[in-house]
Design a protein around this ligand. Structure first.
Ligand SMILES: Cc1cc2nc3c(=O)[nH]c(=O)nc-3n(C[C@H](O)[C@H](O)[C@H](O)COP(=O)(O)O)c2cc1C
Length: 347
C-alpha cells in the first residue's frame, strides 16, 4: 500500500505517510503548562505503533492565549526539558515529531484571561479586544521564540495552528479581521502575521527544520482557503494540513459520490492548486480509505486521529492487514474533550 511508502519533507525522511494529528490531552498538564509523565508515555506508545509523523497537541505560545488553564505550554524556556522527554521517547521508535504551536486569540476562555485579544473586536463577544500593532508584533516574536524552543527540545519541526477559528485563522479570515494596519485589508496583509512568523523561524533554525501549517480549508470559503494555501506555499511552508475553519467557516458542498466528508474534500481541492505536500484529515478511519487518498494522488499523507487513540497500533495492524479497534464516534462529541480517560475504549 502506498501509505507505507516513505516521504521526504524538507529533507527529512518520514518512514510512511501516516500522521498522528494534534489532539489535546485534557487534564494532563498543570497551570504552568508542563509536560507530565502521561504525555511522555502516550506519545511514545503511538510511535511504537508505527506511525511515521507524530504531531504533539496544541501547545500555547502565550499564557494568556490558552483555551484553558491546563493546556500544554511552550511560552518559556522552562518547558524545554519536559518537551525533550517527549521527543526522546518518540525518536526511539524511528518516528518524526513536530509540535503544534497555538494561540486561541478571541477564543481564549474567561477562566484564562478576563480579556480575549484578536485581530478585531468580535461583536458577539463582549470580552473581545483588538490587538494593537505592537501587540501583534510581540505575538509574532512569541511564535518564533516558541519554535526555537521546539527546536532545542529535539522536535523535527513545528506546525502552526491556523485552523478551527483560532488566532492565525482569525487573522486570515475576512469576516473576522477588520484591521486597518498592515495586518488587515487584502488577503496578503491578513496573512502577514503568519508570513512573518514563518520567515522569523527560518532565520533561527537549521534548513531542514520542518514548518507545517494546519490551515482552514474554508476561511471563510474554500476559494479563500485555496488562496491562503498558495500564499503559505510562497512563504515556504513544508506541508499543509487541511482542516476546518471553526464556526465562521463556510463548509463547501461535497460532490455526489465523493467517499469522504467536506474536510477531506477541502484537502483534496487545495492539493490541486499547490505543490506543497498535503495532509488530509477527518474520519478517514481505515487503511483502505487512507490508501485510496494517497494512491490516487488526492493527498500526500493522511492523519488518523481518534482511531489511532483507540488503537495505537493502527499503522502496524494496517500494514499486516489485522483488524483495528476503531473509535465508536461518541455523540454529541468525543469524550476525550473532557479527559482522555473518559473514552469508552480507553485502555
Ligand atoms: C479531544 C480532541 C482534541 C483535539 N485537539 C486538537 C488540537 O490540539 N489541535 C488541532 O488542530 N486539532 C485538534 N483536534 C482535531 C484533530 O486533530 C482531528 O482533526 C480530528 O480528531 C478529526 O480527525 P479524526 O476523525 O481522524 O479523529 C482534536 C480533536 C479531538 C477529538
Amino acid at each position: 500500500m502506498k501509505i507505507f511508502e516513505p516521504i521526504i519533507i524538507n529533507g527529512n525522511t518520514i518512514k510512511n505517510r501516516i500522521v498522528l494529528p494534534p489532539i489535546v490531552n485534557f487534564g494532563w498538564s498543570n497551570d504552568k503548562g508542563m509536560v507530565s509523565q502521561k504525555h511522555i508515555v502516550h506519545y511514545e506508545r503511538i510511535a511504537q505503533g508505527g506511525t511515521g509523523l507524530i504531531t504533539v497537541e496544541a501547545t500555547c505560545v502565550h499564557p494568556e492565549g490558552r483555551i484553558f488553564n491546563y493546556q500544554l505550554g511552550i511560552w518559556d524556556d522552562y518547558h524545554i526539558e519536559g518537551l525533550k522527554r517527549i521527543t526522546d521517547g518518540v525518536k526511539r521508535h524511528g518516528a518524526r515529531i513536530v509540535i503544534q504551536l497555538h494561540h486561541a486569540g478571541l477564543l481564549t476562555r474567561k477562566a484564562v484571561a478576563e480579556k480575549a485579544f484578536g485581530p478585531s473586536v468580535d461583536p458577539e463577544n463582549a470580552r473581545s479586544n483588538e490587538m494593537t500593532t505592537e501587540q501583534v508584533r510581540d505575538l509574532e516574536q512569541r511564535f518564533i521564540d516558541a519554535a526555537y524552543r521546539a527546536y532545542r527540545a529535539g522536535f523535527d519541526g513545528i506546525e502552526l495552528h491556523g485552523a478551527h477559528g483560532y488566532l492565525l485563522n482569525q487573522f486570515a479570515s475576512s469576516v473576522i479581521n477588520c484591521r486597518t494596519d498592515e495586518y488587515g485589508g487584502r488577503l496578503q496583509n491578513r496573512m502577514l502575521l503568519a508570513k512573518n512568523i514563518i520567515k522569523g523561524i527560518k532565520h533561527l533554525v537549521p534548513k531542514d527544520f520542518i514548518i507545517g501549517y494546519r490551515m482552514a480549508g474554508c476561511s471563510p470559503t474554500l476559494n479563500d482557503g485555496i488562496e491562503i494555501a498558495k500564499i503559505l506555499e510562497n512563504a515556504g511552508v513544508h506541508y499543509l494540513h487541511v482542516s476546518h475553519g471553526g464556526e465562521k467557516g463556510i463548509n463547501p458542498v461535497v460532490p455526489d459520490g465523493f467517499p469522504f466528508n467536506h474536510i477531506v474534500y477541502m484537502g483534496t481541492e487545495v492539493k490541486k492548486h499547490v505543490n506543497t505536500p498535503i495532509i488530509a484529515v477527518n474520519q478517514i478511519k481505515s487503511a483502505e480509505r487512507a490508501n485510496m487518498l494517497v494512491k490516487n494522488g488526492f493527498a500526500d499523507m493522511v492523519a488518523i486521529g481518534r482511531d489511532m487513540l483507540t488503537d495505537p497500533d493502527w499503522a502496524i495492524k494496517a500494514q499486516k492487514g489485522e483488524p483495528i479497534n476503531l473509535c465508536i464516534d461518541c455523540k454529541p462529541r468525543c469524550k476525550r474533550y473532557t479527559k482522555p480517560e473518559s473514552c469508552p475504549l480507553w485502555i
